[in-house]
Ligand binder design. Structure first.
Ligand code: BTN
Length: 244
């Protein structure tokens, strides 16, 4: 496997996209010690200080339709949660589609970017930021209530490099499972770790906002919501918050 290890990047996703545009192989990994302009979802940033997290991007060239791209995000969420929940005291949950939370704070963020052409996926970049051991003291004030590290809750020593190695191994295993047996097994695992299914939710979609209950996730990774009027709606994109 190809792993590009870099000391400093603007964003590992940006480096990944460039390498993918240049034709790099399926499975290439970009890892950085520090990101100077880490990217989050919805045009937010991602705090990525030197040596305190896993900031990495995996390039996949899956034989899926572009509409199935979100499968890769769910797959990555399962892969990462298995790597961090291995530690005693860590019991993170997945919030659809791709947040990994503990005590309502973000431990892991995933930003998936796709390039598709003629109805086929050219590549997918799965960017993952794992807050492994970010010292509370260096977290910017506005993020203090939003972010949490694996080391903040683990009751045994954690190892950043081990988390990266386990994450990559899990991605590989799950990806092979999907190619061999389809997406069912990964969905089952995702449901096991989900904190969203069964919850009252508020959905902020690109075109409307509504309330309902998250009832399931479909084969394509879309969230199925029963709206307050009883009709079903599938969420493709947007922000879903769990209502208190
Ligand atoms: C989110 O908003 O929750 C997604 C955050 C994704 C952060 C990771 S860190 C590695 C990769 N490179 C980036 O610039 N962003 C992703």
């Amino acid at each position: 496997h190809h792993i590009h290890y870099l000391k400093e990047v603007n964003s590992s996703n940006e480096v990944g996209k460039r390498l993918a545009d240049q034709g790099c192989a399926d499975g290439l990994v970009v890892v950085a010690e520090e990101q100077t302009s880490g990217k989050g979802r919805l045009s937010r940033g991602w705090f990525s200080p030197m040596g305190y997290g896993v900031w990495c991007s995996v390039i996949l060239r899956p034989p899926f339709m572009p509409s199935e791209a979100s499968k890769c995000t769910l797959l990555a969420a399962v892969a990462v949660i298995k790597a961090i929940n291995k530690y005693k005291g860590v019991n993170a949950k997945i919030k659809w589609p791709n947040d990994v939370l503990l005590e309502g704070k973000k431990m892991v963020g995933i930003l998936t970017e796709m390039s598709a052409e003629f109805g086929k996926i050219n590549y997918i970049v799965i960017g993952t930021g794992i807050n492994t051991n970010v010292p509370r003291s260096i977290i910017p004030d506005e993020l203090k209530e939003l972010a949490i590290s694996v080391a903040d809750v683990a009751t045994e020593p954690i190892e950043r490099v081990q988390i990266l190695a386990d994450y990559l191994k899990n991605i590989e295993d799950l990806y092979e499972t999907v190619l061999r047996d389809g997406f069912g097994p990964v969905l089952d695992e995702w449901r096991k770790y989900s904190d969203t299914i069964g919850q009252a939710v508020k959905v902020i979609a690109p075109d409307k906002t509504y309330f309902g209950t998250a009832v399931d996730i479909d084969e394509e990774g879309l969230l199925v919501v029963r709206k307050e009027d009883g009709t079903m709606e599938k969420v493709i994109a947007g922000d879903v918050s769990i209502r208190p």
